[in-house]
Design a protein around this ligand. Structure first.
Ligand SMILES: Cc1cc2nc3c(=O)[nH]c(=O)nc-3n(C[C@H](O)[C@H](O)[C@H](O)COP(=O)(O)OP(=O)(O)OC[C@H]3O[C@@H](n4cnc5c(N)ncnc54)[C@H](O)[C@@H]3O)c2cc1C
Length: 450
């Protein structure tokens, strides 16, 4: 990147936000030789993919799993970002129903043997899973997942079991609003290719992307809060909280929806403002814990049926702490209409952990409670047409300003949506900049576009 004075610099692309979406966008665009700067308000890059590391113990921001057949995994491969990990340790996985535990039905044999399911449940489940890969999700985008599931497997324990799987795959507990099309795509993805827990946590992806960017001369400026982004015809001006103004030929806002609306100063009646007001974030409460040892080493995975709870020992597969220290996550999926207080939820998570790892408090080395994490922006609602109802990459309404993030575009959920929208945003930037070059305003220099 070149600059003519300390007030502003001209680059081809300014990316706002250094979460996965921003880093992916910059890494794709950098391959075509664009000059790029990434601006991040936090001291650390990574956003929700950041990992806290203390005395060798790695805590992701709640449980994170990378879908092996997902957009993010594919893009990381294309960008040659190195990472390692392993499939979740599935042995001993249980469903809990009050004080009862049932082996998680994972195979044909375990479904047939399950004491949790009636004969009728088993027939319905086997039919559903036999057909799942062939279901065309598009036809169910506007159907409520709750309605679809009742029609497909009835109201019994088969229904509760599939809801549990759906929660794990989507993090969504509001199955009445959730689009059946979106849920089925996510279940198909999970069943087709499993997930990975990553060695060193998701920070390994963030660090890998940053190294990739550094090798192409792309600067990631942390501690740089952006205050406004304006389309000025042939250039975009980006104003930082420090008062500094930067200019580029294009900008990608890889931030949360509310920040995007504020940065663009959109009127309340604009489609993006209206969507931002009505969108429902998908939230979770997480208890991240490191234990010096497990009192019950075989209890590695559990899902609650009576309450939407998750428990998994991630260090049983991924390198997250020096052995024998165990890193595990206990989580409650938060329904948007539920009114449990953070203290009540914390007590519930601790109680759940006590049932699975009795005496855990005596061997706790670290614990962190995060009561209201936004897992993903924009629950894909049936009323909105599912994933297709999310704002598009071009929804900023300004030709040179594009959007990316886990709430943008019709493809994928969670980090896969960040990756898919980043790819589309970078493609559009490349198309924009490949047209005839207009000179940037006087005293703004720019490196050559790809
Ligand atoms: C508990 C939990 C579990 C999850 N599990 C999974 C999982 O298993 N699988 C999966 O695929 N995904 C999972 N996710 C989701 C995944 O972490 C996110 O989808 C992904 O990290 C989002 O990346 P992003 O870049 O779109 O957004 P973010 O990570 O939110 O990045 C946005 C960035 O923009 C910055 N920013 C905002 N405003 C400004 C501004 N004005 N100026 C400069 N910078 C700004 C922010 O600081 C932030 O760094 C999980 C998330 C949580 C919380």
């Amino acid at each position: 990147m070149q600059s003519t004075d300390h007030e502003y610099s001209g680059v081809d692309l300014i990316v706002v936000g250094a979460g996965l979406a921003g880093l992916f966008t910059a890494a794709i665009a950098a391959r075509s030789g664009m000059s790029i700067v990434v601006l991040e308000r936090s001291k650390q890059a990574g956003g929700r993919a950041a990992t806290q590391v203390e005395v060798g113990i790695h805590f992701n921001l709640g449980p994170h799993a990378l879908y092996c057949r997902g957009e993010a995994h594919g893009l990381l491969g294309e960008l040659e970002v190195d990472f390692s990990g392993a499939f979740p340790a599935g042995g001993g996985a249980v469903l809990t129903d009050r004080d009862r535990r049932y082996p998680l039905p994972r195979t044909l044999r375990s479904v047939i043997a399950s004491r949790f399911l009636t004969f009728r449940d088993k027939v319905r489940l086997l039919r559903l899973f036999g057909n799942l890969a062939r279901i065309e999700p598009e036809s169910l985008d506007r159907v409520s997942f709750g309605d679809w599931l009742r029609r497909t497997v009835g109201e019994g324990n088969a229904n509760r079991f599939v809801r549990t799987l759906c929660r794990v795959a989507t993090y969504v507990d509001d199955h009445e609003r959730l689009s059946a099309g979106a849920a089925i795509r996510q279940l198909q993805l999970a069943i087709a290719g499993n997930v990975l827990y990553l060695d060193g946590g998701w920070q390994s992806l963030v660090d890998g992307l940053r190294e990739n960017l550094a090798s192409r001369g792309v600067e990631v400026r942390t501690g740089s809060r952006v205050r406004a982004v304006r389309d000025r015809g042939e250039v975009v001006s980006v104003e930082l909280a420090t008062g500094e103004t930067m200019r580029g030929r294009a900008a990608v806002l890889a931030v949360d929806p509310r920040s995007a609306v504020e940065l663009l100063d959109l009127p309340p009646e604009s489609p993006l403002s209206a969507w931002t007001r009505r969108h429902i974030p998908v939230k979770a409460a997480c208890l991240d814990v490191a234990l010096s040892r497990l009192s019950q080493p075989s209890r590695l995975v559990a899902f609650g049926l009576e309450s939407p709870l998750y428990y998994s020992v991630h260090s049983a597969s991924a390198r997250l702490a020096p052995p024998p220290v165990a890193v595990l996550h206990v989580m409650r999926y938060l329904h948007p209409d539920a009114h449990n207080t953070p203290t009540e939820v914390e007590a519930e998570l601790e109680h759940y952990l006590e049932a699975l790892q009795p005496g855990w408090r005596d061997v706790a080395q670290q614990r962190r409670y995060l009561p209201g994490l936004t897992v993903t922006h924009g629950l894909p609602c049936a009323d909105d047409g599912g994933l297709a109802g999310r704002p598009g990459v071009g929804a900023a309404g300004a030709g040179r300003i594009l959007l990316a993030g886990d709430w943008v575009g019709p493809v994928g959920m969670l980090a896969d949506a960040s990756a898919a929208s980043a790819r589309e945003a970078a493609r559009r930037v490349a198309a924009l900049l490949s047209g005839p070059k207009m000179p940037l305003p006087r005293s703004v220099s720019h490196a050559t576009a790809g």
